[in-house]
Design a protein around this ligand. Structure first.
Ligand SMILES: [Zn+2]
Length: 326
């Protein structure tokens, strides 16, 4: 199928979108100790060797690239992302932007910086280089590796209060650069409000990836509206058995295919310490290649359908066009 022209911004530089290969659209490779890991110990991913090992298994299983969905100021480890990408051969698309409220201490700058200052920060990270610090104080130490995606996330009440300012800043950075936006949804809901917010500010749906849409059952009408609008549906509840089985996940994927929305599906595992095998977790980054896709094949899915979800769609969803980012 025809790929959107352009490139994907990885931590090691521009990659032609068509060269991205098998790409999982939402993972977490590292997260240093701090407020997020104090709130939830499963988020801590701070062993370089273990993450490298995980990426090596991912590569042997057929993985080529992935999105690291941790933004600036809440445990992201930009230097390690760059190093581990070089050493593993896996292309990593890193995130600027912001996360859910629980990721930040009450005294964090995320609660007080102006929308202008925040969009400036996101633009620096997209255009020049990600900051290496920023968890405790306003980021100052800038590295050379650039972010390739803007993460956004609201709490259960949606885009309101302080978080509206953060979304304004993200929309501004997205509009100015054309960088893709990764939008956390609470329990798979509220995607259309997020879409509308960005569209009202001049960011087209094709630039938006809505996460966690498969977290709840019977979400297909919501997903169909998102796909019809031209945004990307991210299914990242694969191998998360506290929500549902892989068979139930497969049924959702089939349903979306039957409704004609296969061209808008992205896949991921939203990995944490509890799911990374090298950290003693339950599945491993190679789970889609080693378990989920074999299940789909056994149940009649075609190779071309799997390729579309894991290779063709990410190349289009993550692509930027030359000239927009500089
Ligand atoms: Zn995540």
């Amino acid at each position: 199928m025809k790929k959107r022209e352009g490139f994907v911004r990885t931590v090691l530089g521009e990659c032609p979108a068509g060269d991205l290969g098998a790409c999982q659209a939402h993972e977490h490779l590292f997260l240093r100790a701090g407020t997020p890991s104090q709130s939830n110990g499963d988020l801590l991913l701070d062993d370089y060797g273990k993450t490298l090992q995980e990426l090596q298994s991912y590569r042997s299983a057929g993985g080529c690239s992935l999105v690291d969905a941790q933004p600036v100021g809440c445990g992201r480890m930009a230097q390690w992302l760059e190093r581990v990408s070089r050493e593993s051969g896996i292309a990593v698309i890193a995130a600027t932007g912001f996360h859910r409220p629980f990721m930040y201490a009450a005294s964090h700058w995320i609660h007080t910086a102006s929308a202008e200052k925040l969009s400036e920060l996101f633009l620096w990270e997209l255009r020049e280089g990600m900051f290496l610090d920023g968890d405790d104080n306003w980021p100052e130490q800038q590295g050379l590796a650039r972010a390739g995606i803007i993460k956004t996330a609201a709490g259960p009440e949606g885009i309101s209060g302080r978080w509206e300012t953060l979304f304004e800043a993200a929309a501004e950075a997205a509009r100015k650069t054309g960088a893709p936006v990764l939008c956390h949804t609470e329990g798979g809901k509220g995607g259309l409000d997020i879409l509308r917010f960005f569209m009202d500010r001049g960011v087209p749906p094709s630039q938006l990836i809505l996460c966690h849409l498969d977290r709840i059952p019977d979400n297909d009408a919501h997903m169909a509206e998102i796909a019809d609008a031209g945004a990307w549906m991210e299914l990242d509840t694969i191998g998360r058995f506290k929500y549902h089985s892989d068979e139930a996940e497969m049924d959702m994927v089939r349903q979306l295919h039957e409704l004609g929305h296969a061209g808008r599906i992205l896949l991921g595992l939203d990995t944490t310490r509890a799911r990374m095998r090298s950290y003693g977790g339950g599945i491993g980054l190679d789970y889609i290649h080693k378990q989920f896709f074999p299940l789909l094949r056994q149940n009649g899915f075609l190779e071309s359908q799997l390729h579309r979800m894991l290779v063709d769609n990410p190349a289009r969803a993550l692509a930027q066009t030359a000239g927009q980012t500089s």
